[in-house]
Design a protein around this ligand. Structure first.
Ligand SMILES: NC(=O)c1ccc[n+]([C@@H]2O[C@H](COP(=O)([O-])OP(=O)(O)OC[C@H]3O[C@@H](n4cnc5c(N)ncnc54)[C@H](OP(=O)(O)O)[C@@H]3O)[C@@H](O)[C@H]2O)c1
Length: 326
């Protein structure tokens, strides 16, 4: 089968991780990189041995050297870069959160439909073996009825990083969109979408949420407790609690170890390593969807992306976090 030819948009932190991972995916090849500057395009191209380098995103969009683009710019640029690529008939894998609000996400999915291209949010965590295994354990009833989940993804930026886009409202900054998005996805994977009530409290930095705590009560009496932070470090772990026991998940949204603790005192550890750095599975899934000619992923669905984006809109409204895009 012909390999899907990828081009990367942006040359920052996550672009590096993607460029490392794609080497291990048979169905894909990295043929191009686009940066706002020639210097960064060349530097990144040299680092990963990428044959074609563009000094503008537009030039790569208009070229015929790629089939698909991976969007790795700050959240606020996801819509413009994705639409630019899709209007030029390129499939798009767009970093999370796919958009800063639901209106933008809807516009992006409409654009994909109009252009007959495939668009997926890069929710890699849903596709790693650990998440798939954990969902299977739950499906098999290993933990009994699932009654609650808890997940904390809270990091602290250094003092010399305070100019980062995660602290800028115009870039869709704040912990909720940056990493809370994983907690909300995690809650929906195990507790579903019938949320009856949401409560949220946050602390602020420069008009963004620097620590967000969200409690969700579901119609069937289940509860999710999710937190995120950009200026507070917590142990990065989560729990899935059931009637027969619980699972502790380090890096809960994409675990490589599952620690099961049963009410009868027994315990079990399951190891579920990534194929590489955790991105390989999503790249392979993306390629497989495109090669099958699917309009959308059956796992990281548009419905899921829109549901979580709407939840983030609601939580931001409750806590007064407003972006110019709203
Ligand atoms: N999946 C994950 O695990 C994961 C982890 C981290 C981040 N992310 C997501 O990936 C996206 C990028 O995050 P990152 O940490 O890679 O950011 P980053 O290190 O700051 O890199 C972003 C890149 O985007 C380009 N860019 C375009 N417009 C920009 C602007 N106004 N300000 C700054 N850079 C701009 C720059 O590349 P050029 O100058 O070369 O064009 C820059 O290197 C975010 O949406 C984030 O949520 C995902």
């Amino acid at each position: 089968m012909k390999k899907l030819r990828f081009g990367i948009v942006g040359t920052g932190t996550i672009a590096h991780r993607f460029a490392d991972a794609i080497k291990n995916v048979e169905e894909a090849e990295l043929v191009a990189v686009a940066s706002r500057t020639k210097e960064n395009a060349e530097k990144f191209g040299d680092e990963f041995d990428i044959p074609i380098r563009f000094d503008s995103y537009e030039k790569m969009a208009q070229s015929d050297v790629i089939d698909a683009a991976y969007i790795a710019v700050p959240h606020s640029g996801h819509i413009t870069c994705s639409i630019l690529m899709m209007n030029n008939k390129k499939h798009v894998l767009c970093e999370k959160p796919m958009a800063v609000n639901k209106r933008e996400a809807e516009e992006m999915f409409t654009c994909a439909k109009e252009n007959g291209v495939f668009l997926m949010e890069a929710m890699w965590a849903r596709l790693v073996p650990g998440t798939i295994k954990m969902l299977q354990l739950v499906e098999d009833g290993v933990l009994g009825d699932i009654l609650a989940v808890e997940g904390k993804f809270c990091y602290t930026m250094d003092e010399d990083e305070m100019d980062h886009h995660v602290f800028k409202p115009e870039n869709g900054g704040g912990s909720l969109l940056d990493v809370g998005v994983y907690g909300l996805n995690f809650a929906s994977w195990y507790l579903g979408k019938d949320v009856a009530d949401i409560k949220a409290e946050c602390t602020y930095y420069n008009g963004t949420d620097s620590h967000m705590c969200v409690l969700m009560k579901y119609k069937d009496e289940k509860i999710a407790d999710i937190s995120s932070a950009t200026l507070l470090r917590k142990p990065n772990e989560g729990f899935v609690y059931g009637s027969k026991g619980y699972a502790r998940l380090p890096r809960f949204y994409a675990p490589q170890e599952i620690y099961l603790h049963f009410n009868n005192g027994e315990s079990e550890t399951i190891s579920v390593p990534y194929a590489g750095n955790g991105f390989e599975e999503q790249i392979a899934h993306f390629c497989s969807c495109v090669q099958k000619g699917l309009a959308e992923s059956d796992i990281v669905t548009p419905e899921q992306t829109l549901f979580i984006t709407e939840q983030m809109d609601t939580i931001r409204r409750m806590t007064g976090i407003v972006y110019p895009q709203d």
